[in-house]
Design a protein around this ligand. Structure first.
Ligand SMILES: [Zn+2]
Length: 391
């Protein structure tokens, strides 16, 4: 068992190994595990194949972007029946799950079908072809992909978690960012959640993922370039100046807390998009202090619950919003002095039952067209917050 002072004493961290050698970590915030009265000693007895090794990534010579070619992922679990959920605790369903224990609080484990993994695959390299042409470059997709199960309750959503559990997830994100950033090959760590069938989730169980990439991804590179230019020109942080500008304008601010602010971005791309930013300059989740983590749990739950009331069905009942939530952090090895942490929450739902598709303009040339005024989105999110206060 390994513990870190930062996740103790409110969370007990126990690292174990699954049958194929992948790591699984329990983060316990309740008894009898929190105090150590009971320990995590369950063994994964499934007859699993060898742990997955890294696939291949290819360089798109036209854009300079890396593309992971993960054809083994075609075989991954797709919409299993509830009693075969691989993220539920073992023992409840008809087959053993990825989590050997009969119950858990929060669990992290290495993805069984990863886009990035440790070790190299000879098959992956030969599949890419031993081309000597530098325009057809490839490299092992070395890194790590992890799954974060927010709760053992199959029918929960992040928005239905208790503040205590959400706070544990914040600690887990920070713990994983710190550990994954220490891997030699890793250049960027991205915790995210896909929620809702409209987003393309393949498992209903409430969970997020963390990708540790061996390169700085395209959007991160773009954010870093703009932040660097702003810093060179003004000596200040772009993220901090943007927060000040949004607070000054006021019309797009949704939540203003002591440590966090949520606002709809001025040039929002998605029909529903909100950025949640710390009021203090911090590069990543690891740098958040205890008070900031406490408030993040509260504010993020408030934001998600507002989003779940954003649309209403014909009978006036709220429609749970499908969304993507992703943490933009400073890259591991560059631009840490100019980057500023923020969460981006976005949805493709542009009206009840109507999805925005990334079509010609967005997919073809990356030129976004948004049919909704960001100020109207912010006004609606403020309104549904007040409605909840009145209940
Ligand atoms: Zn489940």
């Amino acid at each position: 068992m390994t513990e870190h002072p930062e996740t103790s004493p409110r969370v007990r961290r126990t690292s174990t190994t699954l049958a194929d050698g992948r790591e699984l970590i329990y983060f316990d915030d309740s008894e009898p595990y929190l105090s150590g009265t009971q320990t995590r000693e369950v063994v994964d007895e499934r007859p699993l194949d060898e742990r997955p090794t890294a696939g291949t990534m290819r360089l798109d010579a036209l854009t300079g972007d890396w593309v992971s070619i993960a054809d083994h992922r075609q075989n991954r679990t797709f919409m299993p029946p509830t009693d075969e959920c691989p993220l539920c605790p073992s023992g409840g369903g008809t087959m053993p799950s990825e989590i050997p224990a009969h119950e858990y609080d929060v669990v992290v484990f290495e993805n069984r079908f990863p886009s990035f993994a440790s070790g190299s695959s000879a098959a992956g390299t030969s599949a890419a072809g031993a081309s000597a042409n530098p325009l057809l470059a490839h490299a092992p997709a070395v890194g790590r992909c992890e799954v974060v199960c927010f709760t053992s309750d199959h029918n929960a959503r992040f928005s239905s978690l208790s503040p205590t559990r959400a706070r544990t997830v914040v600690d887990v994100w920070a713990d994983r960012t710190r550990e994954l950033s220490a891997i030699d090959a890793v250049e960027h760590v991205f915790p995210f959640e896909n929620c809702g069938e409209e987003i393309g989730v393949t498992l209903h169980h409430p969970h997020g993922q963390i990708y540790a990439y061996p390169f700085v991804p395209a959007r991160t590179t773009s954010l870093l370039q703009r932040a660097t230019e702003h810093h060179q020109r003004t000596g200040r942080l772009l993220g901090a100046d943007l927060l000040a500008a949004e607070l000054d304008a006021g019309s797009r601010v949704v939540i203003r807390g002591t440590a966090w602010t949520a606002y709809v971005p001025y040039a929002a791309r998605w029909p529903v998009e909100v950025h949640l930013v710390p009021n203090r300059d911090v590069p990543d989740l690891v740098a958040l202090d205890s008070a900031e983590r406490d408030e993040l749990a509260e504010v993020y739950l408030d934001l998600l619950r507002r989003l779940d009331r954003y649309y209403e069905g014909p009978d006036g009942s709220p429609i749970a919003l499908p969304y993507i939530a992703g943490w933009h952090q400073a890259p591991v090895r560059q631009g840490r002095d100019v980057s500023r942490l923020h969460l981006q929450v976005m949805s493709v739902l542009r009206a009840p039952g109507r999805l925005k598709y990334l079509a010609g303009s967005e997919s073809g040339v990356g030129a976004w067209i948004n049919d909704v005024a960001p100020e109207a989105v912010a006004a609606r999110l403020r309104q549904v917050g007040r409605a909840a206060d009145a209940l």
